[in-house]
Ligand binder design. Sequence first.
Ligand code: LLP
Length: 418
Amino acid sequence: MSEQVSYRDGALHVEQVPFARIAKEVGTPAFVYSSAGMTARYRALETALEGLPVSIYYAIKANSNLAVIKLFGDLGAGVDVVSGGELARGLRAGVPADKIVFAGVGKTEEEIAFALESGIHQFNVESEPELRLLNRVAASKGVVAPAAIRVNPDVDAKTHAKITTGRKENKFGIDIARATEMFELAATLDNVSLTSMSVHIGSQLMDVTPYRDAYARLRGATLALRQAGHVVDHLDLGGGIGVSYDGSAPPDIADYADIVKETVGDLDCRLSIEPGRYLVGNEGYFLTKVLFVKHGAERRFVIVDGAMNDLIRPTLYEAHHDIVTVAEAAAGEAGSLADIVGPICESGDYLARGRIFGDVGEGALIVLKSAGAYGAVMSSNYNSRPLAPEVMVEGDSFRTVRRRQTFDEMLALEEGLA
Ligand code: LLP
């Protein structure tokens, strides 16, 4: 995958746009996305999966900006949503309802009703009570809900504990040993049609081997269900393909495609996958400006205007994001240890710790790479900091796809002074 950022005449560009121009026009901090990068990712995945009956449902939780959803929708993707809000986004971005899958352990009656009224493609059901609720709501509307059960294959995805989902102890899915029981139950319910299973074992998988185990179990369950007389005509293989945050080798999607082919390719099932991070993770950047440099007793603090409320991944998962300066460092410059920290009143507010970093001064622009997934979507107003803008770069131009929140907008929902 070719990188969309490069130095030209000493200044960092994304596609053909200098980051400094974006900072000047929209201010900092800001999230910056490369449309060429996102498009190339989608095409690469499509190519790797060529010949397999696979549809791609972009998991919009990774980056649910309407322009990003539209980009993938225009390329032919469906979307995976996990809330009524995400469903509203998918529809608003122009994704046809019959290309929307609704996942998640805690769907409310209202959300189910909204999705049924919209006519979505499939509900990925995560528990027996949810299946019964889905049946009830569908009955009240006189429709039959298309359903899959999400099975929990008890496979270790070997990723960060907070984003592992396919172990028995995780809240997700239904024990795969209970799949037949669930299909039997569904056969007694008039308003659900269950002919599908889904699985998702975790996020940021850097090794694709756990997929082989999970999909082999899915295959076993499919064969057992068919043996018992049930129809299984669709398998949703989840998301989770990891990306590199530090230049290390990412998983090879050709290997992933081979695993899909070998485990479930011959089952005569329609297949789908739900990638989020793979499509957007490396194609977004967090642009921030140095406010002060402070030399503490033990280390150098580079205090920037972006913070944990904007990009919480370093704080929440100890995630590493490569950081570069917008002005190219002089050849041979060694750099020294630094913590890159934000203005929030918590010691946990850092974007990087103990990083070898060049000599930067006040006003310098820096870029955190790989901030396209789980960046802006996880940001908050903590410390009453307005949400940062999002920018989409397209060749030699860019457009603001979410402008910076104003103080008035931030306060607009509050009525405590009445
Ligand atoms: N499908 C399901 C059912 C999921 O739960 C997820 C992610 C995906 C698909 C997409 O996974 P991806 O391809 O993006 O790995 N905030 C965390 C990641 C949480 C992932 C949650 N579920 C992070 O910043 O690393």
